[in-house]
Design a binder for this molecule. Sequence first.
Ligand SMILES: Cc1cc2nc3c(=O)[nH]c(=O)nc-3n(C[C@H](O)[C@H](O)[C@H](O)COP(=O)(O)OP(=O)(O)OC[C@H]3O[C@@H](n4cnc5c(N)ncnc54)[C@H](O)[C@@H]3O)c2cc1C
Ligand code: FES
Length: 268
Amino acid sequence: MSAPVIAETRLSAARVLSAGTVLIRLERPENFPDPFPGQFAKLKILSAAPNLPPGLCGAGFLDRPFSFHAQTADELSFLIREAGAVSGLFKSLSPGAKIRITGPLGRAEDSLIKGRDPLILVAGGAGLAPMGMIRRENFPRVLLLYGEKTGEAQADEGYLDSLAPDRISLTEDGSGRGGKGLPTEALSRALEALTTPALVFACGPPGLLRECARLCAERPRAKCLISAETFLACGLGVCLSCSFSARDGSRRRLCVDGPVFPAELLNF
Ligand SMILES: Cc1cc2nc3c(=O)[nH]c(=O)nc-3n(C[C@H](O)[C@H](O)[C@H](O)COP(=O)(O)OP(=O)(O)OC[C@H]3O[C@@H](n4cnc5c(N)ncnc54)[C@H](O)[C@@H]3O)c2cc1C
Ligand code: FES
């Protein structure tokens, strides 16, 4: 396991995937360790973005956690959904903008996410973010079940084709491609049809995660992993702001014991 590094880097490109979602690529700092699937980094914008009130960038503003979406020898990428002040800034950055990266953070081993069984990815909204890294593991088959509230929020087809050609996209209000419904309804049908063991990897809002865990608990063939979120401070296991009681009675820190956990460990 490599220790996390803190490095200053630059934005090399940003691609808008939908209203509110941007895929950013950062120059990979020299000697940046390979992130494992499920790991994350803290990002802090150092450059001032155009049209922003003073104070939103620079020394006074906290880093925010984002999952690694993909890596190459030269770049690291992140999928960022606008949720508030900082996440909303990334879409206004131009190539060359300075960003501080701290990472890789989170549990640094891949024994949980192994490519032996077919993989079912369940993503709600920004829950697409960790899927890029996991998708590239050597799974025999990958099915993506992807849900958004509206068609406006759906990521573009070209991007989704590159992520997972075999997929079901749904929107809650039926205004987008793929029809009306929830990814958990699609999961229920996919689990019903399972003839072999499968790994389910879920990321998204709490309701989606709870339902994935419940559905998989009813199906012994489906092992469910959840990429969990909470408010983080240090990200290094020191401040305990992310600690919680697991169902086995142990205390866990999301930032170093996760963020990916077997569903049966989590209290929903
Ligand atoms: C390990 C981890 C990985 C993450 N990966 C991604 C990712 O890859 N892409 C992505 O778009 N987002 C990701 N997030 C969520 C992202 O960190 C938050 O959306 C972001 O920090 C919000 O900052 P902000 O200043 O924009 O919003 P704020 O103004 O701080 O908050 C805006 C709203 O979002 C809520 N919120 C903020 N942080 C969180 C959180 N951690 N969990 C739940 N609700 C929150 C607040 O309650 C508020 O309602 C991740 C979070 C964690 C803990
Ligand atoms: S954020 Fe500090 S211990 Fe996890």
